[in-house]
Design a protein around this ligand. Sequence first.
Ligand SMILES: [Zn+2]
Length: 464
Amino acid sequence: MPRLIISNIDYIVTVDPSRRIIRDGALVIQDGRIAAVGKTADFPATRGDDVIDGRGKLALPGVFDTHVHNSQQLGRSCGDEAYSGPERLFRRLWPVEAHMDKGDALCAARLAQLEMIRAGTTCFADPGSYFSAETAQAVKESGMRGMIARTVFDMGQTTMGNLPKGFFEPTDEALVRADEIVAEYEGALDGRLKAWFSIRVPVAMSDELLRRLGRLAEKRAVGIIGHACENRDEIVASHLKYGMGDVTRLEKLGLLGPNMLLLHMGWVDAKELHMLQKRDVKISLAPSASMHQAMGNISHGKAPEMLELGLSLSVGSDSAMSSNYLDAIRQAFLIVGGLHEARLDPKVLRPETAVEMLTINGARCMQWDRDLGSLEVGKKADVTLLDIMRPEWQPIHNPIANLVYCAHGGCADTVIVDGAILMRGGKVLTLNENDLYEEAQDRATSLIRRTGLEQAVASIWPMH
Ligand SMILES: [Zn+2]
């Protein structure tokens, strides 16, 4: 691969240890890594270099979206106006997943990754599905970086509802299948792919399954990505069945640790906050899913207190059936704006902290911060270039404030992973957009009909 130089960049937001922002900057990329970061004048291009003109652009370390269900992409809108706990999961999302075939899953993952690339995202964490192989195949094609995990449920009935047929297995079988995915995919695609273990919803998983999952993660030296404290129904269900909330249960089973990334986390009590701190557990907030599904994760959540305790927080889009879009930069605004509103305090979360959530803390949450999360010499070359010659960006005094308060993922112009260009000047180079839209519409229409959710997604206004 020739040397890639991006020069004349208006702002390089390095997120390095001193949080430098470089004006009129240049990034030099060689062999998939960042070879230099500095002023344009110091790094002139030479013959044979591939050159990107960074004029009118802001460079960010590749953006992390630490909670994305690739396989739910074709179910877009299926969770609309559903009560978050029993109705959304048990009657909408899981039945859709249970009716999918492998072709649907591959199409869904391609479309999800296309949406993320267009939103400037370079890396995602997928917290579990029965279609890990199809998600991995889409990563191979799209060029993104990501983490996959296989769903494991061993309980067909919970105090919140019953799981769809085929959506749970005997404990031993579930563990074998999940372990196979880790064995096959951890570190695959030249290190672009990680494979972890998954907790979809703790109340549908037995103590034995959770305990053994923890031991497997330790044996394989990988992490566990898990939903927890997602909504009030789920915490009530956990108390009814186990006499305690999710975090306390995971602590009692010996699962909490620095390799655990917990998602949503809106319904944590004070004692549990200290357990999270003691174990250095990582957190991914999902503000748009919470707002869309009335989960109360912002109004009742403890994100400012978690930050105060030194926990690593990132943001996730969740899925097309929950939030309903995959745009981490919009999530950054929603968590900042949501907390300003909920706490009646415009200083409770600064935009700079939100940018850390998108970058270096996203990397920390995925155990990838040695190689990713900042634009520094030696790190892997994952870069997001945003177009700032747009009305919502102008004028600029503080680019970080504009990024969080004014911008959105649709400003993404160029996306680079491992030094390879996935989108250049707004054109996605790795996936065929138009073919994908047609296939996705056909497959989604059939899937929703098979699942029996046509009424749930229909417009209440007449369509002629
Ligand atoms: Zn989720």
